[in-house]
Ligand binder design. Structure first.
Ligand code: BGC
Length: 412
């Protein structure tokens, strides 16, 4: 706390006029944006002065930082609570760069937490199917945990049923404690999380410096900017593994209506490794080019759905290149909540929570039964290091890995 410049500002009036419900609006201590702190409430002053007779713009951007326990090897974990001007709130912890909770309004303005997870760090450490985490170095699977790069064969953990490599290995990015610093923007607040994955860690070549910046904007977006550099060529495929349930985790996700901006997908074998083909989705239960209930065709007699135990596939987005495109839209009819995903990535994994089976009790004592949450993971195609025809995931020294994905929330 010594680095914190203590200063009170009163935001009660602004809070009352804006009628917020999601964020606490008590006067808060403020700290300089660059200062690092272990535990602090952080409040920026209003950007524009309030002029007499004019309704002030909502200026409730807020960052709250508190201790969230420690890992079994004694590393301190912090929880950032980000709050935007409309009362949306995102809690993000430094362990696994995990989004612990995400509160958004339904059509009546009622706030609910729309992501699955746990109330405490211990449960995340003990047993988490990547709830809300950043996964890396390589999101999704690499066949048999092997790939050859520049003539050298590399061996990775086969942590998926002892057959394939999944989500970066035994200790992937979802299980490390990231360095953190708060991020202030005129219309957003965030946290920048950084980690170093050392040469040889989990079998991957090169020291990889990775950074992920989460920002919660006043446009009701959770934006994720990913960056990485390396000193040896290595595959990199970072993604966010949030399990969403727009009902506030009140029931399964089968009634959510999903649209994917994808005419093709990558079919898989029994081990969920892509076969290399890119068939059209047209005429199959994989066709989400028009908004369709997730549950409408999930139980159909279709081999790909049998392999995945439901949806667990990579869709090829319709536009290639680096520009940001609309990837997916999800609408939940009972609450009116919608989520729109835009990304610079070429593909998206849609996973319908098939491995959730009621054995996990999550936040607030809720039991996460079969298909209680879904993931939409923007990414490169699974097993790309072994598929020369897929867009490359190899990052080389001197290059910069940069991708962005934006989740936008609304209700109607
Ligand atoms: C994968 C699933 C896996 C899940 C949780 C998803 O990204 O596609 O196959 O079970 O993550 O590990």
């Amino acid at each position: 706390m010594s680095k914190i410049k203590s200063q009170f500002i009163t935001l009660g009036l602004i809070a009352a006029m804006a009628g917020f419900s999601g964020c606490e609006m008590k006067p808060q201590h403020r700290m300089t944006p660059k200062a690092k702190t272990s535990e602090a409430a952080v409040q920026k002053p209003a950007a524009a002065p309030v002029r007499a007779g004019l309704k002030p713009a909502p200026t409730a951007l807020k960052i709250d930082i508190k201790a969230f326990g420690e890992t079994t090897d004694g590393q301190q974990v912090r929880l950032y609570s980000l709050c935007n001007a409309n009362g949306l709130k995102a809690d993000i912890m430094t362990y696994g760069a995990i989004v612990v909770s995400l509160q958004t309004p339904d059509r009546k303005g009622r706030m609910d937490d729309i992501v699955l997870g746990y109330d405490n760090l211990e449960d995340y450490i003990k047993n988490s199917p990547y709830f809300g985490a950043i996964v890396g170095r390589y999101g999704n699977r690499i066949a048999k945990g092997k790939f050859t790069l520049d003539g050298v064969e590399y061996t990775l953990a086969t942590n998926n049923n002892n057959v394939n490599h999944l989500h970066g290995g035994v200790k992937g990015f979802d299980k490390v404690v990231w360095d953190d610093e708060p991020v202030w923007k005129a219309d957003a607040v965030g946290v920048k999380l950084s980690c170093l994955s050392k040469d040889g860690e989990e079998g991957y070549p090169g020291n990889l410096k990775a950074a992920v910046t989460y920002t919660l904007t006043n446009n009701n977006e959770l934006r994720i900017d990913y960056e990485a550099t390396t000193d040896k060529a290595t595959p990199v495929n970072l993604t966010h593994h949030g399990y969403f349930n727009l009902t506030g985790a009140e029931r399964d996700i089968l009634g959510h209506v999903l649209a994917l901006n994808a005419d093709r997908f990558t079919p898989v074998d029994e081990g969920l490794i892509p076969t290399g083909e890119l068939p059209a989705v047209k005429g199959t239960p994989m066709d989400f080019t028009k908004p369709t209930e997730i549950g409408a065709r999930i139980a159909g007699e279709y081999q790909q759905l049998k392999f995945g135990g439901g949806y667990d596939h990579n869709w090829v987005l319709n536009q290639r290149g680096k520009e940001m495109i609309l990837a997916a839209r999800v609408y939940e009819p009972t609450t009116g909540r919608s989520m729109e995903i835009r990304t610079t990535e070429p593909a998206i994994q849609f996973y319908s929570g098939n491995f959730l089976d009621g054995t996990i009790t999550g936040k607030g004592g809720k039991v996460y039964k079969h298909r209680w949450g879904f993931c939409l993971e923007t990414q490169h195609y699974p097993d790309s290091p072994n598929k020369p025809d897929f867009p490359s995931t190899i990052l080389r020294p001197g290059e910069k890995y940069e991708t962005t994905t934006i989740y936008r929330f609304s209700a109607k």
